[in-house]
Design a protein around this ligand. Structure first.
Ligand code: SF4
Length: 474
């Protein structure tokens, strides 16, 4: 059984795409580690990177080439100052060289050394091969696959085996929704309490709290930055940032300084249904506008869907419970992370494998279940909320225009967040014993639908909106 930590499901990274940006960035870092382990690093005299399948088809729009170069330079996607991206890439392109792991200069011409191959590798649609030419003229290649949510694997799945060993000590190994519900019942615990016990087998409670606090801080920061940045998003579609004006109109005369005061100010605004819809949409749009401009967001479970979970958590804080505190954030993130991991085990969180149902659908499902716990729902009601949210995302395709994570992606986060809140409310008013579709059935349905979906709708930009709307129309 593959066990996944909440910190795998919710990771801090850089936009615009977890599978096409964060994954390749991490793959480049892993390849450097490999070279070092094999004592080949110092011998490297040339580098070539082949991107395959979906990574190639939408790689330009998803900044895959930029991510690979930053990874090869040895930068950490969690801590690298994003304002330096342009400077670092300009250095490589103007000097025609790259400082491998910030240690070793090698000649590097991005247009020649990063090759976009239309063909798909068999193992996964997001394949990439790094090749080093060594001092003696020999070539050493290594392939990685970006399987969604920033996760990268090798074909032999060695790391999966390692993870299985590492996580074998989980007190509550959970493969699906039914097992999670059974543990909650047997232990008389909430979902977040069960998940916390699992996390405690990996790290101390202090480390868990610190890690979750960091994740929430980045989520909140991405909402704050997004609502306070005007202008046009990069990439050529000329998409106007909307969260700025929405926030301005909604906040009215209320003044604030910084994110905490902003939350207090929102709590003082008058909200009816329309304003609630707009605030939730504003929070979600803000995160994904930051994501689209290569900003820092939390992969939740992917970058394209990074806005749903923060938007729903902030909705709870500013609308439902003005006394909400870190304890609520902790419960929310633990529950959301576990639900996401169940989708990863039973289906996929990769748009290249399952279309947008695997991104926005899963994030909405995660948020619905997590909100339900904060709203006092039983574990069964939480799982029911997750099921409802996914049920109404089934079949959702991935067709980003020009391969950019902008249209339909940014608005889609607002829709996913609103659906999550609605799913939670319906579950809170329902008896899960009477539900006709358990969570595990909807996950199985999502996976079957993913397998039936044509590759045109799996992050290739070869169908749907991506072909109906030309970049010149935008
Ligand atoms: S359409 Fe959905 S799955 Fe595809 S890139 Fe956009 S958010 Fe991600």
């Amino acid at each position: 059984m593959e066990s996944i930590s909440v910190f795998d499901m919710l990771s801090i990274g850089v936009g615009p795409s977890s599978s096409h940006t964060l994954g390749p960035w991490r793959a480049a870092l892993r390849w450097i580690e490999e070279l070092k382990e094999r004592k080949q690093f110092a011998e490297v005299r040339g580098i070539k990177v082949d991107l395959y399948g979906s990574l190639s088809l939408t790689g330009k729009g998803h900044a895959t080439d930029i991510a690979v170069m930053l990874g090869l330079t040895g930068f950490d996607p969690v801590t690298f100052p994003i304002e330096n991206i342009e400077k670092e890439i300009d250095f490589i392109t103007s000097e025609n060289k790259l400082k491998l792991n910030n240690e070793l200069n090698v000649p590097f011409i991005p247009k020649e050394n990063i090759i976009f191959n239309r063909k798909f590798l068999e193992f996964h649609p997001n394949g990439m091969t790094f090749t080093a030419t060594l001092q003696n003229g020999s070539k050493k290649s290594s392939s990685f696959y970006s399987i969604g949510g920033g996760f990268t694997v090798k074909e032999e799945r060695k790391n999966k085996k390692l993870k299985q060993d590492k996580f074998a000590k989980f007190p509550f190994p959970i493969q699906n929704g039914a097992e999670l519900a059974a543990y909650c019942k047997a232990e008389n615990k909430s979902i977040s309490e069960i998940v916390l016990e699992n996390e405690k087998s990996l790290r101390s409670e202090t480390e868990i709290n610190e890690g979750l606090k960091k994740i929430w801080d980045v989520m909140l920061d991405s909402m704050y930055v997004g609502t306070h940045t005007e202008g046009i998003l990069p990439g050529g579609l000329n998409v106007t940032r909307r969260a700025f004006d929405m926030n301005k109109n909604l906040i009215g005369e209320h003044t604030y300084n910084g994110a905490d005061e902003w939350i207090a100010a929102i709590r003082n605004t008058k909200v009816h249904f329309r304003q609630i819809l707009k605030w939730v949409s504003c929070f979600a749009l803000a995160v994904n506008e930051v994501n689209a401009s290569l900003g820092r967001v939390v992969t939740a479970p992917t970058n394209g869907s990074a806005g749903v979970i923060p938007a729903v958590m902030l909705y709870y804080m500013v609308i439902e419970n003005h006394d909400a505190n870190f304890e609520d954030v902790r419960k929310f993130l633990l529950t959301a992370g576990e639900i996401g991991s169940i989708f990863k085990k039973g289906a996929t969180i990769s748009a290249a494998m399952g279309g947008c149902q695997a991104e926005i659908g899963v994030s909405s499902s995660m948020a619905a279940g997590a909100l339900c716990e904060l709203m006092g729902g039983t574990p069964d009601q939480c799982l029911m909320a997750s099921e409802i949210a996914m049920e109404h995302h089934l079949g959702l395709t991935c067709d980003p225009i020009a391969g950019l994570v902008q249209i339909p992606c940014i608005e889609r986060n607002a829709m996913g967040a609103i659906k999550a809140i609605n799913a939670c409310e319906m579950a809170l008013d329902s008896d899960p014993a009477k539900a006709k579709v358990p969570l595990d059935k909807v996950i199985a349905t999502m996976w079957e639908t993913a397998k039936d979906m044509t590759s045109k709708y799996k992050e290739t930009s070869e169908g749907g909106l991506a072909v109906q709307v030309n970049i010149s129309d935008c």
